[in-house]
Design a protein around this ligand. Structure first.
Ligand code: ADP
Length: 645
């Protein structure tokens, strides 16, 4: 077969990332090996999982391992695995591009970081450049791979010097899986030699000790020659060699299932390394939970909460973080059945010895044992969060609060527990998060409801005209800026017996507008309503406003303005809901308009003023004007008149 070699340019984002890797001097280059070993271990997980249904793809080679082969003379280091391997298309997809969701966000962050000093390993680690980190130590990488189940001549050879292009061509490979050969850069004076077996042993001990599969290396050893094979003289004295040099495969990692060990015995350092391998994260975790449950539901769990949110937290194709084991044997990755969506940031391992080994994903969902473990795990994780010291919890909340709050909506049983964990900025606490408990505790004696307002920006919320009267009465208002809050509130109608109440919807039940005054404004409001018929469903006297002249409100069951905005941003077409225009009868502008109206209701300026009142209400809540040009023209005219007078 004529091998056809193709050369491709890396996608721009890969080039940018490669540049960054090659040019940033990491203090910790050696972690490239952990990244490659973690990939190899994932690939073996995958083939093992697939073989549960299609045993043939193992091709009678079920002895999983990762092999490291240093060559000091050629200056290469080779890492091979008998995992799932890749097809041509998969290599193109995985190694030629960064198929990862969040790449755009990452690059945006880089752009913002601008100065290279800000490109800390933590930042890069948060993204996880994985495979590409090998270019820190290699000037050329050759990857040969064959997908499990594909014929030997359908293997692929990929190579690159990391300078912008890569070559890819068909090749042959007997064993399934992937072989990665690094042609090492010249080691600097103080840099370790990655072909030195003692360097390799140390790195693997340190960073990859808990990988479940054996990481092996051929090691030359001297062994004694059996006595009957030794050539001896007449006196029985050996005249030939008594020792022989042999090459033996040695396993370099302990493979201890860290989660089955007694809690007290595992050090922080060990946890950190295990977590980094498991989560493909370069930062240590924020906290952990190590559980051993006995009784009817028996299981071990070791879960971690990361310190930083991954960039794909809100992408639909993100992975969940729980691996399922049965008696230390890997069953599956990404086990959604064991953890609800709103805890998807949790990474870890669950080992359930009584699990039926022939489980499929469909069956798992209904498995009683799995359901028990899930309930228990959720409870323990929520307890762990509730007991966290305040400053650590704030750190957690900044990263994952928005995800956790999804549970208020989705998990009926845990709703109140999660609501107690939620934190909000409020009109009393613009910079520091507070809990609902605190808000309830400082409610005014005559206050019956917990007030809130939703929107995308704290600053415009806190200055919203809807809050004027509430502020005057010293009622605290929650400023909700996470999109998820809108959904959470549909499920959470009260907390500690106190109902939630939107500051921008329905009657606020504050000081009622004066009835006689209302009567006086009736005719004017009718006129304004007539002018704005297409936009508002009602014009009424406001009980919310103190300083501003106008605002828009909704009825209790109307969709909030923010919800409407969110739905539109998500490409939906929410039904048009007309809102209520509320006017402040105590405002001097209203007195003047009323006088003008009573004097000459055909005055052409009145129409303009109706439009202006509406536009002012839209702007006050951070909304977009339908016709900004008309607004500026009108304001210009009004100013001219005011100054001339
Ligand atoms: P990550 O591992 O964080 O997804 P990488 O850049 O390290 O990112 O790898 C990209 C993808 O390439 C992996 O998700 C996997 O699909 C594939 N891959 C990498 N190494 C291997 C391997 N040894 N065997 C099979 N597939 C691999």
């Amino acid at each position: 077969m004529e091998a056809k070699k193709e050369t491709h340019a890396f996608k721009t984002e890969v080039r940018q990332i490669l540049n960054l890797i090659v040019n940033s001097l990491y203090s910790n280059q050696e972690i490239f090996l952990r990244e490659l070993i973690s990939n190899a271990s994932d690939a073996i997980d995958k083939v093992q999982f697939k073989a549960q249904i299609e045993p043939d793809i193992l091709e009678k080679d079920g002895e999983f391992k990762i092999k490291i082969k240093p060559d000091g003379i050629a200056r290469t280091l080779t890492i091979s695995d008998n995992g799932i391997g890749m097809t041509h298309d998969e290599v193109m997809e995985n190694i030629g591009t960064i198929a990862k969701s969040g790449t755009a966000g990452f690059l945006e962050m880089l752009k913002q970081a601008q100065s290279a000093d800000l490109l800390t390993p933590e930042l890069i680690g948060q993204f996880g450049v994985g495979f590409y980190s090998a270019f820190m130590v290699a000037e050329k990488i050759v990857l040969t791979t064959r997908a499990a189940g594909a014929p030997r001549e359908q293997a692929v050879r990929w190579e690159s010097t990391g300078d912008g292009t890569f070559g890819i061509e068909p090749t042959e490979k007997d064993q399934r899986g992937t072989v990665i050969t690094l042609h090492l850069k010249k080691a600097g004076k103080d840099e370790p030699d990655y072909t030195d077996q003692w360097v390799i042993r140390r790195i693997i001990r340190q960073h990859s000790d808990y990988v479940a599969y054996p990481i092996v290396m051929d090691v030359e050893k001297e062994i004694p020659i059996p006595d009957n094979e030794i050539i001896k003289d007449k006196t029985g004295k050996p005249i030939g060699e008594t020792k022989r040099r042999v090459v033996e495969e040695e396993t370099l990692n302990s493979r201890k299932a860290i989660w089955t060990r007694p809690k007290e015995e595992v050090t922080d350092q060990e946890h950190e390394e295990f977590y980094k391998h498991l989560a493909h994260d370069w930062n240590p975790p924020l906290t952990r939970l190590h559980l051993k449950l006995e009784g009817t539901t028996e299981y071990h769990a070791l879960v971690y909460i990361p310190a930083k949110a991954p960039l794909d937290m809100f992408q639909p194709n993100r992975k969940h973080g729980i691996q399922l084991y049965c008696k230390r044997v890997f069953i599956m990755d990404d086990c959604k059945e064991l953890i609800p969506e709103y805890l998807r940031f949790v990474k870890g391992v669950v080992d359930a010895p009584d699990l039926n080994l022939n489980v499929s994903r469909e069956i798992l969902q209904q498995d009683r044992l799995v359901m028990n473990i899930r309930n228990n795990l959720v409870k323990k994780i929520l307890d762990l969060l509730a007991e966290m010291p305040a400053d650590k919890y704030d750190q957690f909340y900044a990263e994952f609060g928005a995800v956790l709050k999804e549970g208020i909506y989705t998990d009926t049983n845990k709703r109140n527990k999660i609501a107690a964990l939620a934190r909000y900025k409020t009109t009393f606490s613009e910079d520091k998060w507070v809990s609902l408990d605190e808000v309830v505790k400082r409610m005014q004696p005559d206050q019956k409801e917990i007030f809130y307002i939703t929107g995308d920006n704290i600053k415009s919320l806190i200055n919203s005209p809807h809050l004027e009267k509430l502020k005057e009465k010293s009622y605290e208002v929650l400023l909700m800026t996470d999109p998820v809050d809108e959904w959470a509130l549909q499920a959470l109608t009260e907390y500690e017996g106190k109902p939630f109440k939107s500051a921008e919807k329905g009657d606020l039940d504050l000081d009622k507008p004066d009835e006689r005054q209302k009567e006086e404004f009736n005719a004017l409001f009718g006129f304004i309503k007539g002018q704005l018929e297409a936009k508002v469903k009602e014009v009424k006297a406001s009980a919310r406003l103190k300083d501003s002249v106008a605002c828009l409100s909704g009825e209790d069951y109307d969709m909030s303005a923010y919800m409407e905005k969110l739905l539109k941003a998500a490409g939906q077409k929410p039904p048009e809901v007309k809102r209520v225009l509320e006017l402040n009868m105590a405002h001097p502008v209203m007195t003047k308009i009323k006088a003008l109206f009573e004097n000459d209701r055909h005055n052409s300026a009145l129409k303009e003023y109706c439009q202006l009142l509406y536009d002012l209400a839209v702007i006050a809540e951070g909304g977009k004007l339908e016709n900004p040009a008309r607004f500026t023209r009108q304001v210009g005219e009004v100013m001219t008149q005011a100054i001339a007078a």
